[in-house]
Design a protein around this ligand. Sequence first.
Ligand code: SAM
Ligand code: DTB
Ligand code: SF4
Length: 329
Amino acid sequence: MSESVIRHDWQLDEIEALFALPFNDLLFRAQQVHRQHFDPNEVQVSTLLSIKTGACPEDCGYCSQSARHDTGLERERLLPLEEVVAAAKAAREKGATRFCMGAAWRNPTDRNLERVIEMIQAVRALGMETCVTLGMLSAEQAARLREAGLDYYNHNLDTSPEFYGNVITTRTFEDRIETLKHVREAGINVCAGGILGMGEAPRDRARMLQELANLSEHPQSVPINMLVQVEGTPLFGVDGIDPLDFVRNIAVARILMPRSHVRLSAGRTDMSDELQALCFLAGANSIFYGERLLTTDNPDADHDHRLFERLGLRAQAAPADEQKVCCGA
Ligand code: SAM
Ligand code: DTB
Ligand code: SF4
């Protein structure tokens, strides 16, 4: 088996040809690529916390937190530092090695950024990796976060450039590429992926993965979310994605970005254990763990422990840290 090459020049027809493979052939290829770069039984485990919830000025059609959609969500101010540290400690006790903090902002003000930096430093002091998702960033803000020791910045492309305008009108696809550039140039690990099941066509899915794979560097982490339909959002009630097509997307992401962690992200509460097992077989090797995503539910920790046990999966240890007890590890 030849070593898979890291490419940044994927053509759309090549990606569509991968999607067109028989399911078993596609999964076999993805699993081969996966085994060249990762321990196939190890899964990276992150926990999310919404540090500032709701009242967001953006109009993302999927989001419970947009001020433009009536979703009944209570808005909250930026959480106090102690609350964030307590949540991170609890996540660490349960075995998460990365703590991801999300804020419902179009972009952070410099003042808010300093408060988030205090959180990043306090969470790092617990021995955890840190990730934040705060909206658009300037080059200076990205540099400031790097200086503060941030490990990952999450900023998703969400969908293809062609379908993008059907979902979000208040910022452009190019704005997102620009923020990712600032993050990468600052030397922060990039976490970038998207959402499936928003009514996009198969071609849009291939285009989104093409955009991610053809970035100058592959994102170190690629979250693939299945839309969590939230009542009151414009995308509530949209026809979802065929679960087996979701698995195909994971497999294609794995083949295009062999060294990236592909995260089976939002939407797991609506997935059977068997569907999640197929996603791991297709090359997913990261999850969000803990009962809550940002504003919606995630499977409970006990359920994930059982799932890991049933599949013989282990949680990846914290970097240069002792092994944590998690998920049947
Ligand atoms: N406000 C910041 C931003 O949009 O960049 C950070 C938080 S935002 C909630 C982070 C990401 O979560 C979005 O880009 C989107 O991909 C994902 N997301 C939000 N709501 C979702 C939903 N209902 N289902 C699936 N993914 C969702
Ligand atoms: C990502 O791609 N998925 C996470 C994280 N990055 C920030 C967010 C999922 C949010 C799901 C809906 C909610 O809980 O509000
Ligand atoms: Fe705001 Fe982020 Fe939700 Fe968009 S996804 S409405 S930017 S919180």
